[in-house]
Design a protein around this ligand. Structure first.
Ligand code: EPZ
Length: 423
């Protein structure tokens, strides 16, 4: 297994291009199942999770070609000959559940493996199933699979209120409702930019959708969707991660393609911590001049609140802040596994349930640490950029799921970072 070596190297300076969003691309790709005509996604991220979704769609009979060095995905589902999403693929990536709604909407039947457990929380899919049942689906959970049927071969429009905000369940229901008979209204729906991007893509394919981003989405079902070309929205989590580079190590970095409205709540916390964020013609410029950042309190919430996917990275920053910060993780019940690793680097963190109290220290020290999940892995790399000495982060396969070319992007800003190939 590969690991990454980081040597603290003082203030960093440069520009970092931000890729297309993993979490948008993973819900855009299954949209191909809703039409027999080609779907082309541009600005696609080059990540192992995208390769897994490609493998899954190909296992159903879809054609998926990665063009232009992987930046363009050409998808076509004119000949779907298998409606079973197998455990062997689904267990690698929970987002695989997002083929359930589109397959059911397309052909009225599907068999999809349940995703199973996850390091950061139980992560059930009950809301995905309840929304599809509201649209008339018959669901039978058997042998670890969801066996789904749409009576009469077609889902029907429905009004469904999510008891809690779920990004994935909103996406599955939105995808399915585009071909349902009648009107669907999704209430207390997720408002994430990835949902807005999905609605935009579906509208390019001929879907009738209103209200995405508002919390209430109305979809007028149509008989068929056509082909389209759609640019994947910028990855706001990758953006936030790289905005933290100058915040943690000092210096100035311009994140190319970044937009403030994608990271509003996060940028406000950086500002409160004494980090300057300015919009430029090409993106967002972030800098921290002198002295330590100030402690700030953070609570994770659904968009437009502070994203849970930036909580670990923010904790890395607050480890060397002036004062004590309180981080509350409200979305996932087990998302502080980076804390003990940061403590190996000299951080002072007290975790009690969903609350972590971080007392800032002058300086972190490099150490061998272990990645436990995607966002935890990058938080350890960020901490290493500001630590004295060497940090070696192992199990970076987690990182490759959501960050492309980290070493290149950070070295371009003067960081001393290299990948150590494992056997
Ligand atoms: C998406 O996961 C993202 N993944 C996650 O990013 C992100 O952390 C999460 O949204 C929240 O923003 C992708 O888009 C592929 P949820 P998702 O359904 O859809 C509970 C990353 O690092 N829930 O909004 O799985 C659930 O347990 C990943 O890129 C149910 O109870 O998240 C959680 O507590 C990690 N029943 C809460 O809702 C359900 O049926 C929010 O989960 C569904 C969810």
């Amino acid at each position: 297994m590969d690991s990454i070596l980081v040597k603290g190297n003082g203030p960093l300076k440069g520009e970092i291009p931000i890729a297309g969003a993993k979490n948008a691309c993973l819900t855009l790709m299954p949209a191909t199942l809703l039409s027999e005509e080609p779907l082309t996604l541009t600005n696609a991220p080059r990540l192992s999770d995208i390769a897994t979704m490609t493998q899954l769609l190909q296992s159903l009979g879809a054609e998926v070609a990665a063009l232009q060095d992987g930046l363009v995905l050409a998808l076509s589902s004119h000949a779907i000959d298998n409606h079973r999403a197998d455990y062997d693929i689904v267990r690698k990536m929970r987002a695989s559940i997002l083929v359930l709604g589109p397959m059911l909407a397309r052909d009225g039947h599907a068999v999809v493996s349940l995703p199973g457990g996850c390091a950061i929380g139980a992560r059930p899919v009950d809301l995905h199933l309840k929304a599809l049942e509201a649209m008339g689906a018959d669901l039978d959970l058997r042998d670890g699979y969801v066996h789904a049927k749409a009576p009469g071969g077609r889902l029907k429009g429905a009004v469904f209120e999510f008891p809690l905000v779920s990004v994935g369940a909103t996406e599955n229901a939105l995808l399915a409702a585009t071909l349902a008979k009648g009107t669907t209204v999704l209430k207390n729906a997720a408002r994430e930019p990835e949902i807005v991007d999905l609605a935009r893509c579906l509208r390019r394919m001929g879907a009738q959708i209103e209200g995405e981003g508002s919390g209430t989405i109305t979809i007028q079902g149509v008989d068929r969707l056509h082909g389209a070309t759609h640019p994947v929205v910028t990855d706001r989590i990758e953006l936030g991660t790289y905005m933290l580079v100058p915040a943690i190590a000092g210096g100035e970095v311009e994140c190319l393609g970044g937009r403030l409205e994608l990271v509003g709540a996060f940028a406000e916390k950086l500002d409160a911590a004494g980090v300057s964020v300015t919009e430029t013609a090409r993106g967002l410029k972030v800098s921290r001049k002198n002295g330590r950042v100030r402690a700030v309190d953070v609570t994770t919430e659904p968009f437009p609140g502070f994203p849970t996917d930036l909580q670990a990275q923010m904790m890395a920053l607050l480890c060397t802040a002036e004062g004590t910060s309180v981080l509350e993780e409200k979305i996932f019940e087990n998302r502080f596994m980076h804390a003990p690793e940061l403590m190996r680097m000299g951080a002072r963190i007290d975790v009690r349930g969903g609350t972590a109290t971080v007392t800032g220290v002058e300086k972190l020290r490099g150490a061998p640490v272990m990645a436990t999940d995607l966002r935890a892995s990058v938080s350890l790399i960020l901490a290493g950029l500001a630590a004295e000495g060497e940090t070696v982060v192992s199990r970076v396969y987690h990182l490759d799921r959501g960050y492309e070319r980290v070493e290149e992007k950070l070295s371009a800003c003067g960081a001393r970072i290299e990948r150590i190939r494992g056997n």
